[in-house]
Design a protein around this ligand. Structure first.
Ligand code: MG
Length: 392
């Protein structure tokens, strides 16, 4: 590799990814040098490690860019404050990297896993997912976790030499464990466990925040839930007499900090006790990155509350019904008239069948594109759906 100016930073030559990881990562972290490689073998890159390349491939993919116009929980019709799939994904990556750095894990791998974890979400959040699952019941169903794998292995078309993004086996396997959590013999890598935990920390916190912003919940109601009550108590103990928006923001910070600290306390203890000398050794042990029982119980309470009060809120349900009616109508129209599909999905239907190919096309859409496509197909609407979205 040609010498770069930064190679001489601090008077020493910059070491290779492998040497750097050897110096900085714990023995139980997943080291690049131990990667099982890619499905389609490729030469090493002169200065980027394998997981760094995975992360870069994901951030340059079309599926990743589309996350910015996909619903997390709330659609754009309620306002612009809320999280989208993209901002959720970035929050997960941020929390996961904090945990990973504190435990000396492989941050490149963590980031790649975080950025890929929600890539398979269809438009309209869980409403879209449930509807596609129903439409594809005889074809093995639809799940966003499995769809993410289909995207990175088959559907992305950025490279001449292979289909998909040709990610490392570690990233593919990490995503696959989201489909079948307990595959029996082996636990996921610590980096995968971290991303799973960060996802839960993130959505528990931000779904409540978004619901408050949209007025679907009141702060006083949330403060009756154990997790929020305790976090508010911690804020007050530090002497901060806050109310309203200030209290809400302080509680949100506290919630993330508390959950991350709780994970780190337990994980550090278990890692010290286990004396694991490799990433493989950790895979034979019980899960290590898990919340304490006390915190897990409080999180479960909050999730139950969010399910009944937010995810089932009449305005969320109304958007759900509209979105599902539109997706169902499009699904049936494309299956009946495959000439309406783009050329690449028509070709794909001869390999995977028309229903799966239509499912892949619909799942790749952003919310906005789905409404536009709906309007192109149906103009003034179909029975059961009052009006197509205007001016989208
Ligand atoms: Mg997620």
């Amino acid at each position: 590799m040609a010498a770069l100016a930064r190679d001489f930073f601090m008077g020493t030559r910059l070491s290779s990814t492998e040497e750097r990881e050897q110096a900085l990562l714990a023995p139980y972290a997943m080291h690049s040098a131990q990667s099982a490689g890619r499905e389609h073998p490729e030469p090493d890159h002169p200065y980027r490690g394998p997981f760094q390349r995975d992360r870069d491939r994901i951030t340059h993919s079309a599926a990743y860019r589309r996350l910015s116009c996909k619903t997390q929980v709330f659609t754009g019709e309620l306002g612009d404050y809320h999280r989208t799939r993209l901002t959720h994904t970035l929050e997960v990556a941020s929390v996961a990297r904090t945990i990973g750095r504190a435990l000396a894990l492989n941050e490149d791998l963590i980031e790649a896993l975080a950025l890929v974890h929600d890539l398979g979400h269809p438009p309209f959040g869980h409403a879209g997912e449930d509807l596609l699952d129903e439409c594809l019941r005889d074809e093995g169903g639809f799940s966003h976790n499995a769809q993410a794998l289909r995207i990175v292995r088959e559907l992305e078309t950025r490279y001449h030499d292979f289909p998909g993004l040709n990610l490392t086996r570690e990233v593919l396997e990490g995503q696959a464990t989201r489909i079948a959590h307990d595959t029996g013999q082996q636990r996921p890598l610590l980096e995968t466990q971290v991303v799973e935990a960060a996802d839960s920390i993130t959505y528990d916190t931000h779904d409540a925040d978004d619901a408050l912003e949209f007025g679907l919940l009141a702060l006083d109601e949330l403060l009756t839930i154990d997790l929020w009550a305790e976090a508010a108590q911690r804020v007050r103990q530090r002497g901060a007499a806050l109310e309203g928006g200030e209290l809400r923001r302080a509680v949100l910070h506290e919630l993330i900090d508390w959950q991350v600290s709780d994970l780190l306390d337990r994980a550090s203890q278990r890692l010290a006790e286990g004396r694991f000398d490799s990433a493989q050794a950790v895979r034979q042990a019980e899960l290590i990155i898990v919340a304490s029982e006390d915190l897990a119980a409080r999180k479960k309470d909050l999730e139950g509350f969010l399910r009944s009060r937010v995810y089932q809120h009449p305005s969320v349900l109304m958007h759900r019904r509209e979105a599902q009616a539109a997706l169902r109508a499009m699904f049936e129209a494309f299956v009946a008239q495959s000439e309406l599909l783009p050329e690449s999905f028509r070709r794909r239907s001869s390999v995977v069948g028309i229903r799966r190919s239509v499912g892949d096309y619909l799942a790749g859409m952003t919310d906005r594109f789905a409404w536009r496509e709906y309007k192109r197909l149906f103009g003034n609407g179909v029975p059961g759906l009052e009006t197509p979205k205007a001016d989208i």
